[in-house]
Design a protein around this ligand. Sequence first.
Ligand SMILES: Nc1ncnc2c1ncn2[C@@H]1O[C@H](COP(=O)(O)OP(=O)(O)OP(=O)(O)O)[C@@H](O)[C@H]1O
Length: 347
Amino acid sequence: MYKIELKNISKDFENRQVLRNINLTVNEGEMVSLLGPSGCGKTTTLKAIAGLISPNSGDILFNGKSIVDIPVEKRGAVIVFQDHLLFPHMTVEENIGFGLKMVKVKKMKRIEKVKEMIKLVSLIGHEKKYPDELSGGQKQRVAIARALAIDPKVLLLDEPFSNLDTRLRDTMRKFVCDIQEKLKITTLLVTHDKEEALMTSDKVAVMLDGEIKQFGDPLEIYEKPISSVVADFFGEKNYLKGEIENGLFHCRAGKFKTNFNRYSKVVAMIRPEEIDIKRTKESSGFWANIVSRQYAGDKVYYTLLVNNIKLKCINNSKNIFQEREKVWAQIDFDKIVFFNNMSEVLI
Ligand SMILES: Nc1ncnc2c1ncn2[C@@H]1O[C@H](COP(=O)(O)OP(=O)(O)OP(=O)(O)O)[C@@H](O)[C@H]1O
């Protein structure tokens, strides 16, 4: 399997810069997600690696060797798009064997490899079916089998699960992770789904507006965002302006203990799920009033009001509170992230 390295990749379309100095390393056998909103340049990055487009500048290396001048079919990378692109007039086994036929693999070997792939993606019994006789998940498995049949060294997945319903998406994610784990194939997964990126990958690259804003393991990306831009991508947050003095963070909502001692003006980022509410007073916390509530099954979204500051709060639905109820709010101090302004984290 190959190690992928992107070095200062830039790409313009119609005088608009779509990729800006992309640097990214996917180690051999790793699964990395490229996570970002629609239009930020994720697919363009995959296409550049696959060889479907050429970057304007920068270099792409596989195992330390530049591949920008190597044609698509010789790179050893395959790309699976969300819309499967199966050939409608070919059966499952013909679709899976197509790439092998193109590279002139002998018939007996081809039959053997197709059988192996059908087993790998659990499609035994469906060999003679045509794409329109398959479910969405089965089509996706055919597309993955077809990609893997040619023994690629790099697997590029472009939103492969986004057309599937929630339950099938979970099954397919697990299925792809299992295959990746089994084959140890270097994989770059493009997704706009935060949970998918955090759940499936060894590392996550957060991409916004043609740039990689942060790269790290899932826990680090979520717990220690380097900027409010990255943090906000993972959901709505509370930002409180204040000052740190003698180990206390002072803001309009109150005083909170911190691990910082040095005096500084800061903005504290508090995730809604890190505010816990109760009916009775307990250790450190503050009273707040519930001004709105939205019930969402397993969780409940609240807006709290304290000293004219609104705080978003998400709690599980074990205890449900009423609008206008007075509650005791507690914040998990260890989870507060301080920024020295709205863009840089305080270390
Ligand atoms: N061939 C092209 N010609 C002109 N503009 C393009 C071309 N391909 C992509 N773009 C533009 O480049 C930007 C990035 O597109 P890209 O498909 O890489 O985004 P993405 O992050 O994959 O988005 P999505 O999740 O919606 O697929 C978009 O604004 C898109 O319109």
